[in-house]
Design a protein around this ligand. Structure first.
Ligand code: GLU
Length: 289
């Protein structure tokens, strides 16, 4: 099978060094495998996405020496595909509507018998307050959640995925108890979006024929959700490569919300693409990877 990977940024802020690392790693893996590298714009969060950031993503990646086939998939064009996938999961009886606010969730978890709330990939694990609700009474202000216990029980056998990265390399079978305890009933469709990161990524990776997803180690447990959704939706189970995260001088992970310095800022300071590649901690010549 021809190797296909992708880089899938959200145009909600400028790309930083961590993005450069991820995009270059994916691009170089595609080159080394004689496969393709795709770019996808993850702009389902219409309130935070900006055309200006999208333009800057193209510019920064070209400046770093990357190229990709056209047209670029844009998630805001793909809502009917996400709706169809959501409807399938609803028809399988695996979803329920939920109108809990963050405050409701915190309040439910502050009961003394609840112990310390566990953090999953989407924040605090949902305590299941709305789990008894039926999809028949879903209203416009409801999010749609996946009932994780039902979802894991729905499959005859839980899938396993292959990981080829430096940190988690090997075959990882999904474990029902890990999914219910460490992930919980994730949101598949946010009320303001009609979809979610998890659902749209799975639908799009399948549509684009991606064979290996290259991304940061912070998304490792989100990968369990994606592999589960692939199995539930009858899509191919993908291979994953999770890379380490770029840290600043103090060892703190670089993230957009911490005002990490953007690639654009380094360009404006007169750094060369090779200097930025080196700062990301990658060899300048791809053959050395
Ligand atoms: N849009 C996601 C991000 O920017 C993509 C993560 C992924 O590769 O699935 O974090």
């Amino acid at each position: 099978m021809t190797y296909v990977t992708r880089f899938a940024p959200s145009p909600t802020g400028p790309l930083h060094i961590g993005h450069a690392y991820s995009a270059l790693t994916a691009f170089r893996r595609a080159r080394a495998e004689g496969g393709s590298f795709l770019l996808r714009i993850e702009d389902i969060d219409r309130a935070r996405s900006r055309d200006e950031y999208e333009r800057q993503i193209f510019e920064d990646l070209h400046w770093l020496g990357l190229d990709w086939p056209q047209p670029v998939m844009r998630q805001s064009d793909r809502m009917p595909a996400y709706r169809a996938a959501l409807d399938r999961l609803i028809d399988m009886g695996l979803c329920y509507p939920c109108n809990c606010t963050r405050g409701d969730i915190r309040a439910a978890l502050s009961a003394p018998q609840e112990g310390t709330p566990i953090e999953g990939p989407d924040g605090i694990i949902y305590p299941g307050t709305c789990r008894g609700r039926s999809m028949a009474d879903a209203g416009p202000t409801d999010a749609i959640r996946l009932d994780m216990t039902r979802a894991t029980a729905h499959l005859d056998a839980l899938p396993a995925f292959r990981e080829t990265g430096p940190l988690f390399g090997g075959v990882h079978p999904l474990v029902a108890n890990d999914l219910t305890v460490q992930i919980g009933d994730v949101i598949l469709a946010r009320k303001d979006m009609g979809t979610s990161y998890h659902l749209s990524v799975v639908v799009d990776d399948a549509e684009q024929g991606v064979t290996e997803v290259v991304r940061g180690a912070d998304l490792f447990s989100a990968t369990w959700i994606h592999v589960l959704l692939q199995a539930l939706l009858g899509l191919p189970i993908l291979q994953y490569y999770h890379h380490g995260l770029v840290r600043d001088d103090t060892g703190k992970r670089l993230a957009k919300r911490d005002d990490a310095r953007s690639i654009r800022a380094y360009r404006d300071d007169g750094l060369s693409p090779d200097q930025v590649i080196e700062m990301a901690g990658l060899p300048v010549t791809p053959s050395a990877t």
